[in-house]
Write a protein that binds this ligand. Structure first.
Ligand SMILES: Cc1ncc(COP(=O)(O)O)c(C=O)c1O
Length: 366
């Protein structure tokens, strides 16, 4: 199996040594499950997000699932989200027992289109999942407004946006609750799977702490139908260490994005700039062009790896055949994105000369 190259996420030898020393101590005290390292990370991450609570869970998918279950979203409910996201946004809606209702993206921002959200509301709608795609926040003011006017819950899928800012507010601190992923390639990635729910609702945080641990309030007392979905103690050690470097890495990503913007300004492709008050953390650097396949071929010929996020819009996945989205299967902008977008190399250690090399190749494709 081809492995994703996570080499760019390597820490300094000092950091790694700190992790190994803490891991040895963890093993020595049998702290494998829900050790204090997990609480320490939860507190630190909540504070980083400017929220009251964070609850560590097994993955980003689980984070969204527990946020919804904790809020009582389930059978009979419709949850609106966007068609050009990763499948990890939509599966938790289905697992919670609710029905996902897709809307298209705004082609100028690649983010969920609030007007379409408004049009998709029915008496069964209970929530909106705003996806902060590629490291840039969804149009939260408009979505908050819609949620408020219609009595809906607004959740954030912040799996790609650790540290991003929207009018001074951190991703994860704006909606009722947010789901984060710590998949290794994320801006804040573990050395395995992991996720967290961030919220400032104390009752919700408490319920999710129980849900992720068999629904138990104390040993052998189960008040909810939960599951085993705890953040691993070892991953909490890694995340605790890495969180100290997140802002620095995000600043590097911002610098790299600026190099791309400059180097590609005359290239024959579409760039997506930051808008005022929406400070992206560039989880991915995505351009679009009708010539995408040729651009990607040229990059590959020159030994440059690129990606497509995502080649299949949600409603076209085989697993959702027919019944789920049958009523409304056309999302032209999301489909166009799938056919035209290209993710260029982006990681915190990318050099200016690498950006120039990639941009040079792209500039000369007819
Ligand atoms: C937008 C989005 N939502 C949800 C997820 C699910 O996260 P995980 O892979 O940790 O379950 C991911 C990550 O892969 C993602 O990118």
């Amino acid at each position: 199996m081809k492995r994703i190259n996570f080499a760019h996420l390597n820490l300094s030898p000092e950091s790694e040594n700190r992790i190994w020393a803490k891991a040895k101590a963890l093993v020595d005290r049998n702290g494998f499950i829900l050790d204090n390292e997990v609480n320490a990370f939860e507190e630190k991450f909540a504070s980083y997000c400017n929220a009251e609570f964070s609850v560590g869970v097994a993955s980003g998918c689980d984070a969204l699932l527990w946020a919804m279950e904790g809020l009582g979203i389930g059978k009979g409910d419709e949850v609106i989200t966007v068609a050009n996201t990763y499948i990890g946004t939509v599966l938790p809606i289905i697992r919670a027992g609710a029905t996902p209702v897709l809307v298209d993206c705004d082609p100028s921002t690649q983010q969920i289109d609030p007007d379409q959200v408004s049009s998709a509301i029915t008496p069964r709608t209970t929530a909106i999942v705003a996806v902060h795609l590629f490291g840039r926040l969804a149009p939260m003011n408009a979505l908050l407004d819609i949620a408020q006017k219609n009595g809906l819950l607004l959740l954030e899928d912040a799996a790609q946006a650790h540290g991003a800012l929207y009018q001074g507010k951190r991703a994860g601190s704006i909606g009722k609750a947010a789901g984060f992923s710590f998949f290794p390639a994320k801006n804040l990635g573990a050395w395995g799977d992991g996720g967290a729910i961030v919220t400032s609702d104390a009752a919700l945080a408490k319920k999710i702490q129980q849900l992720r641990n068999y629904g138990q309030v104390k040993k052998y007392v189960h008040t909810h139908i939960g599951w085993n979905s705890r953040l691993d103690s070892f991953q909490a050690i890694v995340l605790n260490e890495k969180l100290d470097f997140l802002d620095g890495w995000n600043n590097n990503r911002r610098q790299i994005a600026n190099w791309y913007y400059e180097a590609l300004k005359d290239a024959n492709l579409n760039l997506y700039f930051e808008t005022k008050g929406n400070e992206a953390v560039h989880h991915l650097f995505v351009v679009t062009s009708p010539n995408r396949d040729k651009l990607q071929e040229k990059l590959t010929e020159n030994g440059v790896e690129s990606g497509i996020h995502y080649p299949v819009p949600i409603h076209k996945h085989e697993c959702f055949a027919d019944e789920l989205f049958a009523k409304n299967k056309k999302f032209p902008f999301s489909e166009k994105q799938s056919n035209e977008l290209l993710s260029l190399p982006m990681h915190p250690n990318l050099t200016e000369s690498s950006v120039e090399k990639v941009s040079h190749i792209l500039r000369y494709v007819e």
